[in-house]
Design a protein around this ligand. Structure first.
Ligand SMILES: [Zn+2]
Length: 154
């Protein structure tokens, strides 16, 4: 999923559980669950890892995704009377941390994160490898709708 989806879901979970530690833990776990839903990025990932072509496109996608997520989180934080900034922050942190760790692994290839990278993609690719992926455009539109719904819960 996009980082905006992970961040918004993490924020809503944080709001729902009302405790920073639980917000982090459930935000973290939510990442793996929603990533299991096919969301259109398999082509980008395969181009990057397998075919080694159009790699700049994958990098650009990640950069745009990260900046949109950052701006969306700031928009929420600056336009809402959040009940707890701490649960909001820790929910988001847990929600996006798995992709940060995967990115760190991609950059460093450290053996310390290899297991985590495998775990992440075990969930991420769980249904995609069996049933195939959905078109990225539709997946992004679906996430916009999901985020629009989620943000009403904050
Ligand atoms: Zn992920």
């Amino acid at each position: 999923m996009t980082l905006t989806t992970h961040a918004t879901l993490g924020a809503v979970i944080g709001h729902a559980v009302g405790n920073p530690a639980l917000a982090f833990v459930f935000g973290f776990l939510s990442h793996f669950l929603v990533d299991m839903i096919p969301h259109g990025d398999t082509g980008l990932a395969d181009n990057f890892h397998v075919h080694k072509r159009r790699r700049k496109q994958a990098v650009a996608y990640v950069v745009v995704d990260a900046i949109v997520a950052l701006l969306f989180v700031l928009l929420i934080a600056n336009t809402r009377d959040l009940e707890s900034v701490r649960t909001f922050s820790w929910g988001i942190t847990g929600g996006v941390l798995p992709d940060l760790l995967v990115g760190l692994y991609e950059v460093t290839k450290t053996p310390l994160l290899r297991w985590f990278n495998k775990l992440h993609f075990y969930f991420h690719d769980f249904f995609v490898r069996k049933k195939g992926d959905v078109p990225l455009y539709y997946a992004l539109m679906a996430q916009v709708v999901f985020i629009a719904y989620l943000q009403t819960k904050l």
